[in-house]
Design a protein around this ligand. Sequence first.
Ligand code: ZN
Length: 409
Amino acid sequence: MKKAIKCGKLLDTLNKKVLTDQVILIEDDRITAVESLRGFEAPEGCEIIDLSDKFVMPGLIDSHVHLAYDKSTAFFMRDAAGTVMVDTLMRAKKNMLAGFTMVRDCGCVHYVGVSARDAIKKGLAWGPRIAACGWPMMATADIGFAPHITGQLSPNHIVDGVENIRQFTREVVRNHVDFVKMMVTAGVMSPGDEPGGQRYTEQEVRAAAEIADLHGLPFSCHAHGARGIKTAVRAGATSIEHCTMADEEGIHMMAERGTYLVPTIVATVGIAEQPKGSLPANIFKKLDICMAHHKGAVQLAVKEGVKFAFGTDAATPGNTHGTQTREFGLMVDYGLSTMDALLSATVNGADLNRVSKDLGSITPGKYADVVAYSEDPFDDISTMNRVNFVMKGGEVYKRDGEALYPITL
Ligand SMILES: [Zn+2]
């Protein structure tokens, strides 16, 4: 099936510029050509999709979501494992209808992210492309969850010691994951007074990094505190998730080594917006500490030329699946240019996930993953909250702002 998309404006993510009056030619699920609309004649039998009054760009990539959860990790504990799986697929669809034709599932129970990825790949369900890590690793002394939440119940797998970590990383790899994830420092939602406290030693982090590397997999490290961030970067992290309290030395190291920063600003902002009393007071106290540093860390990273990948932690309180596009506005508010915010969710997301051959730009040979907006995000970044058109692999899922399939299908 041949399709041609007439584009009023088209974001060229490889050359960092906006082109006008272009046409994207598509055959089946791939782009075959991008050419000037002037003098274009549609090949016979070609369906014309007219987006000549729209801003068109590659499908978005959110490099940090949790499809198995929503609003918090607590709710999944009341559900059967199978229910968690069904809900995971439903949330994947919400992400895609918000413009994310690919998401990186940054931690789940029961490897449901892997199963969701495969179900969508086989055509058993519709949804975005998924990169999944399965169970993230968390140290015994990390009090992210109550002490009795262990084993199959724990959203993060509890493991420590170099040998145990090597063994568990191998087990994760055996479950057909796309990357490996480790909680190097404590988080915001855990009880305790130090949100950035380091929980794994450098040798432990390195053990996971080495096994991930043997298998050619990216290694993602959750880290808030300056010391934990530097440990993770030194030990071989591909990306630092959150990175709220990075110091100058850490940011410098990330710039030098090409470590990605996945800022997830909407996660902290979403929690801060929750009514006082709806969450333990301690969480708000820790959040204040993180937020006091986060903007400065992001600004420093922009100045030092650190690579950013768009990621939101969709699933945290006030940050539900399908609404995380407000991260774009927050990134601009924290100091990124509009162009850099858009690149973080396209070409950079593809690079972090090692899928640049297929995604991240509107280029002949790549998948026809395309989104469009009625307004120009360079005029108003909030237009990213109102995706008008979504295509994945040459199939249209949203047109004129209306979903073509219900999310329950
Ligand atoms: Zn997360």
